[in-house]
Write a protein that binds this ligand. Structure first.
Ligand SMILES: Nc1ncnc2c1ncn2[C@@H]1O[C@H](COP(=O)(O)OP(=O)(O)OP(=O)(O)O)[C@@H](O)[C@H]1O
Length: 412
C-alpha cells in the first residue's frame, strides 16, 4: 500500500457540504413574493390563533422545501421570543403510499425509539386516536409539514382528518396546522373537494426560476462554499442556463456547479472554469439518460433493444416495421407477449421523449408515403449497459454480442 493515498485538499472548496441538498441556506434569494405570502399565512401562529393549512405546489427544485425550512426556523426562533409553544414536524412522504402509513410515521415522530408503533397490524381508527393523543399531550401549536404529499395517492383520508381534528373535537389541547408540499400538479387538482378546501386554505404556487434568479441562488451559494475567485467568469451563467432550461430547477443548477468543481478539484485546479462545466454537464446528462432507460418498462426496453441490435450493423435509420420484426423475435425468446405494431410505435415515441433515440421522417412517395425511421441518440454501449437486467433475461442477440461485452465493462 502507498504511504499516503488520500489527503485533505481544500484549495477550492471553503465548505463543499454547503452545496448539498441537506444544507438550508441562511438567505433565500429570488422568492420574495412567495416568502411574503407564506409569511402572512404563518402569522396566526405568532398571534396564538389557529394556524392556516397551507398547500405549496410547483415543479421540482423550485425552493418549496428550502423556503419552508427557512421560514419555520425563523418562526421557531420568533415563537420563543413571544413565548409561543410551537412544535414543527417535517415528514417526507416518499415511499408512504397510504394515509395509514403516513399516520403511523407521524405517531412515531412524537415517540422515542422503544415506544414506536410497528408498521402493520393496527386498525386505522386506533392509529388516529393515538396520533390525536400525541398532539394533545404535546399541546401548544403543532405544524405538520407533509413533503411530497402526493405519494399518499388516492387513499387521502388523513388529509381530510387532520385539518378537521380540532373542529371535530378529536384534539382539544393543541392547535394544528398542516403544510402540504407537492410537485405533482395534478395531485392538487384531483383532491376531493372536501379535502382541497380544508388542506389548501392557502395555496402558494412556486414558479420555475428564470436564469437570472438561478444566478442569484448560485452566487449566494458560491460565497459560502468556495474560496474567493475560485469560480471563473461565465461558470455561474452556464450553470444557471442549464437549470433554467431544465424546468427552472435550482437543484440541477447547484448539482452542475458541484460536479464541475469536483472535476476541477480532480485535476488539482484552483479555479472552476467553463470546460469543467461542459465536462460535468455531459456526465450528468449521461447519468440522466441511463436512469431514464433503467426505469423503462420491459416492453419499452424490448423495443429499444430491437432498435439497438438493428442499428449496430446499419448506417441508415431503422424503419418501425423492421424494429417490430426484431422486437417480436426478442419477445419470443424471452416469453413476453408481443404487443401490436402500433403500441411499439407508441413505446418508441416515449423513448424518444427521453432523448435516447431520434426519429426521422422519411417520404418514400407513392405508394409508401411518409414513415418514421429511428436511430440512436446515444452510444449503444451506454444504452445496453443501462438495460443489463433485460439483457440477462432475453439473452444477448448475436448482432450485438461484441458491444455487450464492452458495455459490461462500462456498467461494472
Ligand atoms: N431561493 C433559493 N435560494 C437558495 N437556495 C435555493 C433556493 N431555492 C432552491 N434552493 C436550493 O435548491 C435545492 C432544491 O430546492 P428545494 O429542495 O427547496 O426544491 P423543492 O421545490 O422542494 O423541490 P422538490 O419538489 O423536488 O423537493 C436545495 O438545495 C435548495 O437549498
Amino acid at each position: 500500500m502507498p504511504e499516503i493515498s488520500f489527503s485533505p485538499d481544500d484549495s477550492l472548496y471553503r465548505d463543499r457540504d454547503k452545496l448539498s441538498e441537506d444544507y438550508t441556506p441562511e438567505d433565500i434569494v429570488g422568492r420574495d413574493d412567495e416568502i411574503q405570502r407564506y409569511h402572512t399565512a404563518l402569522q396566526p401562529v405568532i398571534n396564538g390563533e389557529d394556524p392556516n393549512n397551507i398547500f405549496l405546489y410547483g415543479k421540482t427544485g423550485v425552493g418549496k422545501t428550502a423556503v419552508t425550512r427557512y421560514l419555520l426556523n425563523q418562526l421557531q426562533h420568533d415563537s420563543e421570543t413571544y413565548d409561543i409553544d410551537l412544535t414543527t414536524v417535517e415528514l417526507n412522504c416518499e415511499g408512504l403510499t397510504s394515509s395509514y402509513q403516513v399516520a403511523i410515521k407521524l405517531v412515531n415522530e412524537f415517540r422515542d425509539s422503544d415506544n414506536r408503533l410497528s408498521n402493520t397490524g393496527h386498525p386505522m381508527h386506533e392509529v388516529l386516536e393515538q396520533l390525536f393523543t400525541e398532539f394533545d399531550d404535546t399541546g401548544g401549536t403543532i405544524l405538520i409539514v407533509l413533503d411530497e404529499v402526493d405519494n399518499i395517492g388516492d387513499d387521502d383520508s388523513l388529509l381530510y382528518q387532520l385539518p378537521r381534528a380540532r373542529s371535530n373535537g378529536n384534539i382539544e389541547d393543541a392547535r394544528l396546522g398542516v403544510i402540504g408540499i407537492s410537485n405533482d400538479l395534478a395531485f392538487r387538482e384531483n383532491l376531493r373537494p372536501e379535502v382541497k378546501s380544508s388542506l389548501a386554505e392557502v395555496n402558494i404556487r412556486f414558479p420555475p426560476y428564470d436564469a437570472e434568479e438561478l444566478q442569484e441562488v448560485l452566487n449566494q451559494r458560491v460565497t459560502v462554499s468556495f474560496y474567493e475567485d475560485a469560480i471563473a467568469d461565465g461558470v455561474i451563467e452556464l450553470c444557471a442556463a442549464y437549470g433554467a432550461k431544465d424546468g427552472g430547477d435550482a437543484r440541477k443548477a447547484l448539482d452542475l456547479l458541484r460536479a464541475a468543481a469536483d472535476h476541477a478539484r480532480a485535476k488539482d485546479a484552483t479555479i472552476v472554469d467553463e470546460d469543467n462545466v461542459a465536462e460535468a454537464r455531459r456526465e450528468l446528462e449521461r447519468e440522466e439518460v441511463m436512469d431514464g432507460i433503467a426505469d423503462l418498462a420491459d416492453q419499452h426496453k424490448l423495443s429499444l433493444y430491437a432498435l439497438v441490435s438493428l442499428q449496430h450493423n446499419q448506417d441508415d435509420p431503422s424503419r418501425s416495421k423492421d424494429i417490430y420484426e426484431r422486437y417480436q423475435e426478442l419477445c419470443d425468446i424471452s416469453h413476453h407477449d408481443a404487443r401490436t405494431l402500433r403500441r411499439v410505435r407508441d413505446f418508441l415515441g416515449e423513448i424518444e421523449g427521453l432523448g435516447v433515440i431520434e426519429s426521422i421522417q422519411r417520404n418514400q412517395g407513392y405508394p409508401e408515403g411518409k414513415y418514421n425511421a429511428y436511430e440512436l441518440g446515444h452510444d449503444e454501449e451506454m444504452i445496453l449497459a443501462a438495460m443489463s437486467d433485460l439483457l440477462n433475461e432475453v439473452g444477448i442477440h448475436e448482432d450485438v454480442a461484441d458491444v455487450v461485452e464492452k458495455s459490461d465493462r462500462i456498467s461494472a
